[in-house]
Design a protein around this ligand. Structure first.
Ligand code: GDP
Ligand code: IMO
Ligand code: MG
Length: 429
């Protein structure tokens, strides 16, 4: 059986958590393959709301296994908080949550370094979530990291101390910041006991055995393709490969085991943190999108920057990921517009282009737009595609024909059930 993938095609927060939770009943295993507690995946059902940072979004579906893959970086403190929320809500998870031994640990000093390095950048700052993501992946590729599988070894404390010592030297490179390391370490070691209580697996063997047994697996991405370390708006990116190629490294599966690649885009576009965003709106329309879409970060609470959908940007990430089907979320956020715009070209270097330039972080891009009539009505209770207002269908048809990938799902609200299935996708029920 192939591994299907769900990932974000913009700058994150496309609604991945909601769609994974919805589709999870079609799968046996949901596996996170990269990122860490910088992610915030919101799930709403039965009047309840959960925000997951490390735990896969399949956890609320009974009988379904959830794997935190080797490509993920784990902060035991955040993980414990997430687990406590599950316990409070009486979710039985202990035999359904597995952690790959090769996943790397975020130490308190990784967060210390992240905060010190960001503060030192001043106006140039990335807008990191300050969860220690960059420094942890640096230690992974620098071959200094501490992994989940090390926790139970006799020399764990030694490994921890060695890395901490290195970090304490590095942090002196930056101007001093407030960071209560002692308190953070105390909490970290307490939370580590919770992580120790989870079942550790050799993730790559676990997943490949499951594939062989015909189990259905859904890989859940974090962040978005424009935050990919290689192909995103560097250096305003995260530190992992967020694109579908990351599934292979992040779970230990071969490229030929990838099946459907389900790319999610909002019906407009957002970004949180610094960096280029060609179709950003700095006017009242952007403000209106933020208000209607409740665009505030699920992890940091920061206001998200808002703008129109950017079609060349989506073409780019569809190409990088090999997207086979599209999900358009938050279409309801556009309900009150008389007119909706979509970016179709960029003007730079005296010409119109549909390719993003290498130096996107410095070159001045002016987007060009096409306008579509709005539908000015509520989509709240619509459950089938044909009942959507004609103008909403025309907008979706225009996206589909421009992007040349079928739209199979349309999300009309934050709740689990607010989803229109456009056509049989082979994945959705
Ligand atoms: P993720 O990181 O991709 O999982 O997305 P987030 O959870 O960070 O942000 C998506 C936000 O939009 C959350 O607050 C969701 O509850 C909400 N949401 C998801 N789908 C829809 C939708 O179709 N309409 C509206 N209005 N909100 C949605
Ligand atoms: P989900 O999975 C949106 C952004 C940060 C910052 C940059 C680097 O919820 O879609 P990092 O903490 O990784 O060093 O931050 O990436 N960022 C996200 N933006 N959604 C996310 O995750 C993000 N994870 C990181 O705001 O600009
Ligand atoms: Mg999010």
């Amino acid at each position: 059986m192939a591994v299907d993938v769900i990932l974000g095609l913009q700058w994150g927060d496309e609604g991945k958590g909601k769609i994974v939770d919805y589709l999870a009943t079609n799968y046996d295993i949901v596996a996170r393959f990269q990122g860490g507690p910088n992610a915030g995946h919101t799930l709403k059902f039965d009047g309840k709301k959960f925000v997951l940072h490390t735990i896969p979004s399949g956890i609320f579906r009974e009988d379904l296994m959830n794997l935190i893959g080797n490509g993920v970086v784990i902060d035991p403190i955040t993980l414990e908080k997430e687990i406590n929320k599950l316990i409070e809500s009486d979710v039985k998870f202990s035999d359904r949550l597995l952690v790959a031994k090769k996943a790397h640990l975020i130490l308190p000093t990784h967060r210390y370094l992240d905060a010190a390095s960001e503060a030192a950048k001043g106006k140039e700052k990335i807008g990191s979530t300050l969860k220690g993501i960059g420094p942890t992946y640096m230690d992974k590729t620098g071959r200094n990291g501490v992994r989940v599988g090390d926790i139970l070894a006799d020399d764990f404390q030694e490994k921890y101390n060695k890395l901490k010592t290195k970090h304490m030297k590095l942090v002196k490179l930056y101007p001093p910041i407030d960071f209560d390391l002692e308190a953070e370490e105390k909490q970290w070691f307490k939370s580590l006991e919770v992580l120790k209580s989870l079942k550790q697996v050799d993730g790559e063997y676990y997943i490949n055995k499951a594939i062989k047994e015909g189990k259905k697996i859904l890989a859940e991405g974090a962040q978005g393709s424009m935050l990919d370390i290689d192909f995103g708006t560097y250096p305003f990116v995260t530190s992992s490969n967020t694109i579908s190629a990351g599934v292979c490294n992040g779970l230990g599966i071969a490229p030929n085991k990838i099946g459907e690649v389900i790319g999610i885009t909002k019906a407009y576009c957002t970004r949180v943190g610094g960096g280029p965003f060609p179709t950003e709106l700095h006017d009242e329309t952007g403000e209106f999108l933020r208000k209607e879409g409740a665009e505030f970060g699920a992890t940091t609470g920061r206001p998200r920057r808002c703008g129109w959908i950017d079609l060349p940007q989506l073409q780019y990430t569809i190409m990088l990921n090999g997207v086979t089907q599209l999900v358009v979320t938050k279409i309801d956020v556009l309900n009150k517009f008389d007119e909706i715009s979509a970016g179709t070209h960029y003007h730079y270097n005296n010409g119109d282009h549909t390719e993003l330039p290498y130096d996107i972080a410095t070159v001045k891009l002016t987007p060009k737009y096409k306008s579509y009539p709005g539908w000015n009505s509520d989509l709240e209770d619509i459950t089938d595609y044909d009942s959507l207002p004609t103008n909403a269908k025309s907008y979706l048809d225009a996206l589909e024909s421009y992007l040349e990938v079928p739209i199979t799902m349309i999300s009309t609200g934050p709740e689990r059930k607010k989803l229109i299935l456009k056509e049989k996708s082979g994945v959705a029920v």
